[in-house]
Write a protein that binds this ligand. Structure first.
Ligand code: 5AD
Ligand code: SF4
Length: 442
């Protein structure tokens, strides 16, 4: 979501003449978009600010550089950032990005701002979505599109309900219009985003619209060939959504469905409100609907009170489900969340050891999944140049990177590719048309 938000901030600032640069040392405005989910992500801000302070001081041309902090650290620790890092001119939380042009302009004017002009941390997302520019300067064939923000689930480890606020779903009409504009710009694959994307539910002139119905409407837009959505909570996987995987060809056979732990005791302590068994059954129903469905997940090791037996239950669940890809984390204590004050915190050394074992299993499953695709033919959406001329890199339906020889004219298009090999992080393939031509001339 931060990638999407950063793009939207750039869109909002474009009318004032701001263009993106890769070189912070020459920028007039440096905007740091931050993540608060784990302590490490959060700490990064202060080390980045230290570097920017030196850079600003050493700036030879004496240019007036504005430094702004956005994202969830801004939301959660805005006042502290201003106190701790005087180099920061402006702090804006995730629901205030539409105010960025005005806040930046005021910050760069003669009278330096203070109070509300320096720290914007509202909680109401509606105004943002209404006021951000309609047009997106999207490039490339894939795009993110936020449909939902916030979370009402309150998992015991997680800051999201506090930083992003309550669940909010954008009106379906607005999403369809945004998707249509993306498709007109050449976007073929849209990933719908939300902290609780499958809890999406909005009113519309035709009655309530849930995620499955929204995707069916998006799939009708000319040019929209692929749809994905992330991140989902198991308890919001409705029958309609499972049916959409079976019936709607645009919905890709790949689902990010975090379970966090395979131990019922820990799931309960995490306030996940489902059992390991319920999750496994849900995966079975999804796979019955769409047999080639691959899963990705999130796992936390070392949640307070996690024993060796609890951890092994997580490994067991992973063996039972099998994942094509996954993200795994050591539990990180987040201020203000219930689990942070639990007495039975797990020692760091134990977390490290469990994470290594978890990753070993997940990595072997990822590689097995990739190997299982060798010899199959799949549609690839080409999205960037390969390392060598004449090569393109694209995405499989399962989000794998696939590179193959292909002419530039196929950029942004979908072509059938036979997978011929696997590398550590990508697949190699041969276009079917290219192979047919070679066979004919042999
Ligand atoms: N510690 C470790 N991992 C966390 N996540 C969320 N909060 C924490 C935390 N306090 C992970 C969860 C979630 C993902 C986005 O980040 O696995 O699904
Ligand atoms: Fe955090 Fe996801 Fe749980 Fe919400 S559902 S509290 S975003 S982990």
């Amino acid at each position: 979501m931060n990638v999407y938000d950063s793009e939207r901030m750039a869109d909002a600032l474009a009318p004032d003449g701001y263009v993106q640069t890769d070189d912070a040392a020459n920028a007039d405005l440096v905007l740091i978009n931050t993540c608060h989910i784990r302590e490490k992500a959060s700490e990064k801000l202060y080390s980045d600010l230290g570097r920017l302070r030196d850079m600003k001081a050493e700036r030879a041309d004496g240019a007036d550089v504005t430094i702004a902090v956005a994202g969830c650290v801004a939301q959660a620790e805005g006042a502290e950032i201003i106190r701790r890092a005087p180099v920061v001119d402006l702090v804006v939380g995730p629901q205030s990005y539409h105010r960025l042009p005005e806040l930046v302009a005021r910050s760069r004017s003669a009278a330096p701002p203070a109070g509300d002009d320096q720290l914007a941390a509202a909680f109401e997302p509606r105004a943002k979505f209404d006021q951000l520019p309609k047009d997106r300067t999207a490039t490339g064939p894939t795009a993110f599109l936020t449909v939902q923000e916030g979370c009402d689930k309150f998992c015991a480890f997680c800051v999201v309900p506090y930083t992003r606020g309550a669940e909010f779903s954008r009106p379906a009409e607005d999403i369809v219009a945004e998707a249509r504009r993306l498709a007109e710009k050449g976007v073929r694959e849209i990933t719908l985003l939300g902290q609780n994307v499958n809890a999406y539910r909005a009113g519309s002139p035709d009655g309530p619209v849930e995620l499955a119905a929204l995707m069916r409407r998006l799939a009708e837009i000319p040019g929209v060939e692929r749809l994905r959505y992330t991140t989902s909570h198991p308890n919001d996987m409705t029958d309609a959504l499972i049916a959409a995987h079976a019936e709607c060809p645009a919905v890709m056979p790949y689902l990010h469905l975090p379970v966090q732990s395979g131990s019922d005791r820990i799931l309960k302590a995490m306030n996940r409100r489902h059992t390991a068994e319920a999750y496994v059954r849900l995966v079975e129903r999804l796979r019955a609907a769409r047999p080639d469905l691959a899963l990705s997940g999130d796992f936390i090791v070392g949640f307070p009170g996690e024993t060796e037996a609890d951890f092994e239950a997580t490994l067991d669940l992973i063996r039972q489900v099998t994942y094509a890809s996954a993200f795994s984390f050591k539990y990180s204590r987040r201020p203000g969340t219930p689990a942070a004050s639990a007495a039975d915190q797990v020692p760091e050394t134990v977390k490290t050891e469990r994470l290594a074992r978890l990753n070993e299993l997940l990595e072997s499953q990822r590689q097995a999944f990739n190997r299982s695709k060798v010899g199959t033919v799949m549609p690839i959406l080409f999205e960037r140049q390969g390392r060598h001329p004449g090569q393109l890199i694209g995405r499989s339906p399962w989000l794998q990177s696939v590179w193959t020889e292909a002419p530039d004219t196929l950029m942004g298009q979908i072509a059938q590719v036979e997978i011929t090999g696997v590398g550590p992080n990508s697949l190699v393939g041969k276009r079917i048309e290219a192979r047919a031509a070679a066979d004919a001339s042999a």
